[in-house]
Design a protein around this ligand. Sequence first.
Ligand code: HEC
Length: 186
Amino acid sequence: MPGLLSPFLQGKIFNISIADEERYFKLTFMNQYIKFYGFSLAAISALVILVVTFGNKFEQMMTVSPVVPGVNLAYGKFMAESCIRCHGEDYGGGNSNITQSRLPAQNLTPDIKTGLGNWSEADFLRTIRTGRRPDGTKLKPQMNWKRISDSMTDMDLKAIWLYLRSLPPKSYDPKKYEKEIQIPIN
Ligand code: HEC
């Protein structure tokens, strides 16, 4: 019976005026409003912060940075990759295992004792262009300087030199590679 309890409720529990009721609803509404938008605002701010901090990284991940030809490290690294198969993964020396001769290919890192530490850029270019080291000795044919020289501009070689100079010096023991020599060609 709906009418039975209402006088009691109106009088005791819900003894509030219409104005109170309106205020109450307004307040609850405001509360919800603040909660909802407050939360959205926090979420949006968090998103903005995320985008600002990681957006750049994400963009870098998505775009492969182009190697720009010039005397710069990135281009030097790119061009020097062709030397790895003989001079070693870290340019610290290896052997020319493309022929059966397996001649040790020297250390190209800036190590003073066993690498190119005492060479200048001019020494390096002259060696590749003429096949003669600064001390006048000739490069053996396994180091195909002619082919390298013909296919590279001075800029290419200078970039390679710049890159080689940036490498950590490695110490090199040609004996380690001499052991692998099987049939000397000259
Ligand atoms: C096919 C193998 C091979 C490749 C590829 C190669 N080299 Fe060599 N390189 C050699 C060998 C072998 C020697 C040693 C020659 C000798 O003993 O006379 C040598 C010697 C050198 C030397 C003289 C080092 C010294 O201390 O006397 C330089 C400089 C050099 N290479 C630079 C390069 C560069 C730069 C590249 C890449 C652009 C390159 N080489 C690619 C095999 C190679």
